[in-house]
Design a protein around this ligand. Structure first.
Ligand code: ME8
Length: 514
């Protein structure tokens, strides 16, 4: 029996399909997909869930404006999210739509469990609500401009008064604070943790968790006049995705990571763990809040006319190029910027020049001088050979550590440091001169270069999957030898492999002078 696989469950937020997917949705899918791919490469048993959040008043209002029912709007837009995921090369295992029957069953179950724990009571809600955020706010959190109140996210709020079921959130204040203290990785990055702790310390009020003034949602058990608050419904998707309430959900639960944007941290780090504590379900291990992406420092908005669809960027640069750019340029947890110049610069300098040229130059030499067959080590290894080998190989364990903390920009800068060392090795050894006077040494240098390119391509599989596959195909590497373990496996010998056709893997992009 081999080593038992560790299960690894991770999720994105589920998107509101009240419009088309935007670059923020694509960014979140790319990050989460990269984590999932690394863990599969580490041979863990991964489940990666994503989907759409289809209930609530925001969906209903947009649908009305478009003369559609909310369900028609969801049916029209959910496929666009599925298409976007395909375009970014996402390897999610499941796509959940909250209008599915399986999800209703999970929501009713969690509601009943919270109710059985005496945490739900009927009352009357009178307070502020933001439809854009689908969130309740206290007046002290709002700002007033020209007679209109705005939420901390800058969205309009309206006054709501209606009968509502309440969840005893206040009861969980101390247990939440204790959980944050005892589980330092529950909220990441560290920089966002304090804002959550402060919010909870400032005193939690019970939360309104049902609505009566519209019916687009999941009915409250035994009371058809109420639908569940959309966030109770939405958060429960993470349980539905692993077949809750069937006991088998425990095969994957607790989730390892909920990957979400910084604007919805309160729901995930305060409300969600409180619901779970009430329903006596284990808490997820980490809620990671990523930053927002801006186009030249400006938030995308229809009124500014600067909305770029993920599809447009992918068409222009290629998906691996975009995945590389976001993961390299944006430090996880911080906001990030994108614009044509910075994407082109990264693609040309890092992918086309540093990595692409190295592959092109070394493989062309094998093509021309070794009949297209990777040579073997034919001379004694010297210090230069041993150094580059050990530097590249030691990256593997570094990456395993950096994947834990999701530091993708560090992973990539360390990989590129070694790509640069390998370029230097290749230039210093001058195999084109060795060809004339020391064929054995030339063969050794070519072997070492290609073998380290192989290792680097495996480390990059999760980030630039299609291009890494191309590199590994070029080197004729078996499918079974494309795991993380094979990076340091001494038994893998690529000499005698016949190279595929040597063509540029990363075309250069034109830099516009706009
Ligand atoms: O919030 N940059 O859905 P959503 C980066 N349905 N990420 C961004 C972004 C940007 N410019 N704009 C949005 C919802 N996001 C709820 C979630 S989960 C149980 C329910 C992120 O479609 C945002 O932070 O508004 C969120 O994580 C995700 O995109 C979906 O946002």
């Amino acid at each position: 029996m081999g080593k038992e696989k560790k299960t690894f469950y991770l999720t994105t937020a589920i998107s509101y399909p009240n419009g088309e997917p935007h670059i923020g949705h694509a960014y979140e899918a790319i990050i989460t997909d990269t984590i999932a791919r690394y863990h599969r490469l580490f041979e863990n048993n991964v489940i990666f869930l994503t989907g759409t959040d289809e209930h609530g008043i925001k969906m209903l209002q947009t649908a009305k404006r478009l003369n559609l029912t909310a369900k028609q709007l969801a049916d029209k837009n959910a496929p666009l999210f599925i298409k976007m995921l395909k375009e970014v090369n996402s390897t999610h295992d499941d796509f959940i739509r909250t209008t599915e029957e399986r999800h209703k069953i999970a929501c009713i179950e969690i509601w009943n469990r919270m109710s059985q724990n005496d945490d739900i009571y009927k009352g009357k809600y009178a307070g502020w609500y933001s439809i854009r955020d689908e969130a309740y706010y206290e007046e002290k959190e709002l700002t007033k401009k020209n007679g209109q109140f705005y939420s901390p996210q800058g969205t309009e709020v309206t006054w709501v008064e209606e009968e509502s079921y309440f969840f005893r959130l206040s009861k969980y204040q101390d247990r939440l604070l204790e959980h944050y203290k005892n589980n330092p990785k529950f909220i990441l990055p560290e920089s966002r943790k304090n804002e959550v702790i402060k919010f909870v310390q400032s005193g939690l009020k019970d939360l309104s968790i049902s609505r009566t003034t519209f019916d687009w949602g999941i009915n409250v058990p035994n009371d058809d006049s109420h639908v569940m608050y959309v966030w109770v419904d939405a958060l429960t998707n993470y349980l539905t995705g692993v077949h809750f309430p069937s006991e088998t959900y425990k095969n994957y639960w607790p989730a390892n990571y909920h990957i979400i944007g910084k604007d919805i941290l309160r729901f995930h780090a305060v409300y969600w763990p409180a619901f779970l504590l009430s329903a006596n379900i284990e808490l997820p291990l980490t809620v990671f809040a990523h930053g927002f992406l801006f186009n030249r420092g400006v938030k995308m908005s229809k009124s500014l006319g600067n909305v770029v669809s993920p599809g447009e960027l992918i068409e222009k640069y290629g998906i691996d190029q975009l995945r590389y750019f976001f993961l390299r340029e944006v430090s996880m947890g911080n906001d990030g910027n994108y614009d044509d110049e910075s994407i082109s610069r990264r693609v040309n300098a890092d992918l086309a020049n540093d990595l692409g040229n190295l592959i092109q130059r070394s493989c062309s030499m094998v093509q021309k001088n070794c009949d297209g067959i990777i040579p073997s080590i034919s001379s004694e290894l010297n210090d230069d050979d041993l150094n580059i080998n050990s530097n590249v190989a030691s990256l593997a364990s570094r990456i395993e550590i950096l994947v834990e903390t999701l530091e993708f920009n560090k992973i990539l800068s360390e990989i590129w440091e070694q790509i640069s060392n390998l370029n230097k090795y290749f230039s210093d050894q001058k195999p084109w001169e060795l060809r004339k006077n020391n064929n054995e040494r030339m063969q050794t240098v070519l072997f070492i270069t290609l073998n380290n390119i192989r290792k680097i391509a495996i480390m990059l599989l999760p980030v630039i999957p299609t291009s890494s596959e191309k590199i590994l195909n070029l080197l004729n590497i078996n499918d079974a030898d494309r795991t993380f373990k094979s990076i340091t496996d001494e038994n893998i010998d690529i000499s005698d492999n016949r190279l595929g056709e040597v063509t540029p893997i990363f075309p250069k992009v034109e830099i516009s002078d706009e």
